[in-house]
Design a protein around this ligand. Sequence first.
Ligand code: SAM
Length: 222
Amino acid sequence: MAAVAEPTPVPEPEILAAFEAAKGFMPRGEGLALYAAATEAAALGLPLLEVGTYCGRSTILLADAARRAGVTAITVDHHRGSEEQQPGWEYHDPETVDPEVGLMDTLPTFRRTLRRAGLEDHVIAVVGRSPQVAKAWGGALGLVFIDGGHTDEHATADYEGWAPHVAEGGLLVIHDVFPDPVDIMTGQAPYRVYLRALESGAFTEVAVTDSLRVLRRTAPGI
Ligand SMILES: C[S@@+](CC[C@H](N)C(=O)[O-])C[C@H]1O[C@@H](n2cnc3c(N)ncnc32)[C@H](O)[C@@H]1O
């Protein structure tokens, strides 16, 4: 069987190794697609923004693409974990719990991840709830990557809060888009948001890699 070509450009081996060593939820193939999108969007000269830092796995890729283009990656998370990451749920990792307060806190692991990758200077980490941060945000963005909460409430708020900031020609990237409900335990809210973006007429799909969808702003609106 012929090998399937990976999206290009591919990060340097040490960046890829840091990505693969980091805790998180992004498989390599989707990571490479995110990196390719981030590299293209960074050429617009605008910041790249992620909703859903967790421990920094995908942030490494946005940060490296930003570094190469001389822009900044911004990553937003309250660091208390999504519903499906809480104790007793399938995606829970006990190492992410702060024993003093008894709640998840992924910020320390995220900071170590970024430091190990040598990318601290290329990222602004915003600790807060995505809709609240979006309300306070004023500027245009080259790329918005939505990988935060997977309930309809959260995914919709992420879309409504951040998609309006995607510049003309910029990219909206959505993770965990599963058109078939049997494919996923965490629900189809990202899929519904993806459909909304397409139906808005403001975004056009440019790439599909497993559950990662890349849309380009081709018209004003939303
Ligand atoms: C699926 S994880 C992100 C995975 C990460 N992008 C990676 O590559 O491993 C989702 C993250 O979104 C965060 N999150 C969920 N809802 C949020 C909200 N409303 N505001 C800010 N962060 C949120 C959670 O704390 C969690 O860290």
